[in-house]
Design a protein around this ligand. Structure first.
Ligand code: MRU
Length: 368
């Protein structure tokens, strides 16, 4: 049995593969609400939120209380079940209409990570397939589907971590950007999954975690997870990536992804493309790691990926005791950027490591 990173205890422990409660997103024990570890409160406080209303679910995604592409997908699956469970509509077609409206509403909370729409649509397809049944039977099927999405993510993260670990050797330095660990997924995570899996097997890797302006997912979350797990992690500001590469401390870059287009271009946290350009300059392999639910073959290139723009006050005032920019100054705050596929060494998926040509090879792994 695998050891997993147990978020409730914030340590590596042996737990049952099916212990979904140990993940950052899960159902409450009475299965009446979806429970999340509030990522906006870390690292200062470990607090859980229980959600039943569509507006609260929308808000949790929007303000990043739940974040990271796979975690948002898992959250969307459970949310759809909880919304269906509490629906008071007895007539199936009206029940389904309301569920569709709520699903579209959740999808509209954040545009970039494809896992959100993917999970909502998968839940709606399950419900639609039972349109000749009573709402109670549909609710039961939705619970099963949401749990399946979660369990599949655990399996996918485990496989991604195995493949990722095969790309490095003991003592290597890995640079990562944003947070694609257990908080953003389930169990090991994606980009830092190989590090946690390695740790468990006695293979020590060193991690340089970009702090990731402006919302500091690297400082608040990645360094928290790795530090708690006893990994050798060094937090750096985003503008220090070049010097650690130049010093020869980085043997590979591992980053997550929010949407991978059919040609291998991919969206990830703002600043990722700069890391990829630096890695190319220094001759360091650059990998993105993600489950197949993040691959969007309907999106031909990175230019077709919608990029979320966020509140300028995240740059101007958030995190500071005093404003750090003149009031009203113009700010540009895109939440993601697109890394060109030409900068990517490979894409590490749950189905294997995909090398160029990405357009051909991504299609192949999605067909299997
Ligand atoms: O805005 P966020 O924090 O949701 O952005 C998250 C990222 O960009 C992650 O790297 C990505 O979702 C992969 S998570 C496994």
């Amino acid at each position: 049995m695998y050891k997993y990173y147990n978020l409730k205890e914030a340590v590596l422990t042996v737990i049952d593969n099916n212990d979904l409660q140990a993940c950052s997103v899960h159902l409450t024990e009475d299965e009446q609400a979806v429970e999340i570890l509030d990522q906006t409160r870390l690292p200062g406080a470990v607090e859980y939120l229980q959600l039943k209303q569509a507006e609260d679910m929308y808000d949790a995604i929007k303000r990043l209380a739940v974040r990271g592409a796979p975690a948002i997908g898992i959250f969307a699956g459970y949310s759809m079940y909880v919304l269906a469970l509490h629906s008071d509509i007895a007539e199936t077609w009206l029940f389904l209409d309301k569920l569709h409206a709520e699903g579209e509403y959740l999808i509209s909370s954040r545009p970039t990570a494809v896992n959100l729409a993917w999970a909502v649509r998968r839940m709606l397809a399950t419900a639609d397939g039972l349109r000749d049944k009573k709402p109670a039977q549909i609710v039961e099927a939705l619970k099963k589907e949401a749990i399946a999405i979660h369990q599949e993510d655990i399996e996918m993260c485990t496989r991604i971590s195995e493949y990722g670990l095969s790309l490095v050797k003991p003592g290597d330095g890995i640079l990562t950007h944003c947070n694609a660990g257990p908080l953003a997924t389930s169990k090991y995570g994606t980009s830092i999954g190989p590090v946690l899996l390695g740790k468990e097997r006695g293979i020590e890797l060193k991690v340089f975690a970009d702090e990731t302006r402006p919302l500091l997912q690297g400082a608040r979350l990645t360094s928290y997870e790795l530090f708690k797990a006893g990994v050798d992690v060094t937090l750096i500001c985003d503008n220090m990536a070049s010097i650690v590469m130049k010093n020869g401390w980085v043997q590979a870059c591992f980053v997550g992804c929010d949407r991978i287009a059919a040609n291998g271009d991919f969206a990830n946290k703002i600043g990722t493309s700069g890391v990829a350009i630096l890695a190319k300059h220094y001759g360091i392999p650059f990998y993105t790691l993600g489950p197949r639910s993040t691959i969007d073959l309907n999106c031909p290139t990175g230019a077709d990926i919608p990029i979320e723009l966020r509140d300028p006050d995240e740059i101007r005032t958030m995190w500071y005791e005093q404003p750090m920019a003149p009031e009203g100054v113009k700010c540009y705050n895109p939440s993601f950027d697109v890394t060109d596929h030409s900068l990517l060494t490979a894409i590490v998926t749950d189905k294997g490591i995909v090398y160029p040509p990405f357009d051909e090879n991504l299609k192949k792994i999605m067909e299997d």
